[in-house]
Design a protein around this ligand. Structure first.
Ligand SMILES: NC(=O)c1ccc[n+]([C@@H]2O[C@H](COP(=O)([O-])OP(=O)(O)OC[C@H]3O[C@@H](n4cnc5c(N)ncnc54)[C@H](OP(=O)(O)O)[C@@H]3O)[C@@H](O)[C@H]2O)c1
Length: 328
């Protein structure tokens, strides 16, 4: 099969090689001896793959390895009792190995691809939408009708966060850096859009009538203190990532004075050993897809052999929605 490997840790432009590899065995590291084998039509590309080309991601496999955490495709084979059969359209989280014509995922991280979503959207469904649901509902304890502010709102996690929040009845405020990203955030369901280089904290307080209930923050960095200032009493700031480059520190007196919470949301670490939690999130995301709220926005598509261009787009802050490789 054709696949793209990371062969050296020299950054997105030079780290990748297009190679020919044997098909993988029907086994996944999380379910040894067992796995759903997927003919990959589209592979999702995300921030972790950029970091992996520099050896900067927490998961550091031995070189060379095939990156790619999630795919949209068709089941080639599935173990009995999994509910999946050859020919089923699926969205699957394989963790690694997605930049290839065939990938293997655990049964509990494989989900039927909702009608109306294509393979590229399937390759955009698990990482961002499951993270967004986990962050908003399970960690942020979202309640219907609350106001949710989303940073990096035109990005993968951001657009997913907006769609999930809208689907659950939230009022949404998106923080973005330019016009094109504003357009994407509105397409994803933002009720209000504010600029990251403007007085967004004051604007957010104004349109929410005194402060937002939840901040979903995949960006971190300098703006974190203003995120806390934008919350109302009982507000929760959910930490999802640090695309802004630096890891913020909290002066905890702010939490005490305004009765606030800072909550961590590490989806992968939490769900990998918990099949039932994955199924619960999968069912909620499927429901929101059926209702038309979950509809991944694919901002850019590249051929498998152009994987370096896909990674560079993300690295240069140029990506909107999800970046996808068309594999077949
Ligand atoms: N906790 C979890 O379980 C989990 C799961 C999935 C992903 N993540 C993390 O969440 C983060 C976002 O992932 P993503 O796929 O949404 O990324 P993405 O599509 O590239 O979006 C990230 C957004 O961050 C904003 N940003 C602000 N400063 C930036 C900078 N200096 N460089 C690049 N972007 C910057 C950009 O929006 P503006 O230009 O509008 O500011 C960009 O749209 C990543 O750190 C990822 O590792 C965490």
């Amino acid at each position: 099969m054709r696949a793209v490997q990371i062969t050296e840790l020299s950054g997105p432009r030079s780290a990748l090689s297009l190679v020919d590899l044997p098909e993988p065995e029907p086994s996944h590291v999380l379910t040894p001896g067992n796995g759903v084998v997927v003919d990959v039509h589209a592979a999702g590309v995300s921030f972790p793959e950029v970091l992996q080309t520099r050896g900067e991601y927490q998961i550091k496999p031995e070189l060379p390895f095939v990156p790619g955490s999630e795919v949209g495709g068709v089941v080639a084979s599935a173990p009995e009792g999994t509910g999946f059969a050859e020919g089923d359209r699926v969205a699957a989280f394989c963790m690694l190995g997605g930049f290839a014509e065939t990938a293997v995922a655990p049964e509990f991280l494989t989900f039927p691809l909702p009608d109306g979503l294509d393979f590229a959207q399937g390759a955009s469904l698990v990482l961002n939408y499951h993270t967004a649901y986990f962050a908003l509902v399970m960690r942020g304890r979202y309640r219907e009708g609350e106001t949710v502010l989303v940073h990096g709102a035109a990005g993968g996690v951001g657009t997913a966060g907006l769609q999930i929040a809208k689907g659950l009845g939230a009022r949404t405020i998106a923080v973005v850096s330019n016009d094109e990203k504003e357009r994407v955030a509105r397409e994803a369901g933002a009720d209000h859009v504010v600029r990251s280089d403007g007085p967004w904290k004051d604007q957010a307080k104004e349109v929410s009538g005194g402060g937002v209930d939840i901040v979903i923050d995949p960006v971190g960095g300098e703006r974190f203190t203003d995120s806390l200032r934008s919350l109302r009493e009982n507000g929760r700031c959910v930490v999802v990532g640090f695309t802004g480059g630096s890891i913020p520190e909290v002066r905890v007196n702010r939490l005490l004075l305004n009765n606030l919470e800072v909550v961590g949301a590490g989806w992968g670490a939490y769900v990998m050993g918990k099949p039932d939690v994955n199924r619960e999130i999968g069912a909620a995301v499927a429901r929101l897809a059926e209702q038309g709220f979950v509809k991944p926005i694919v901002g850019a598509r590249f051929a498998l052999e152009q994987a370096a261009d896909a990674l560079e787009l993300i690295d240069s802050r140029g990506a909107t929605g999800k970046v996808v490789l068309d594999v077949r």
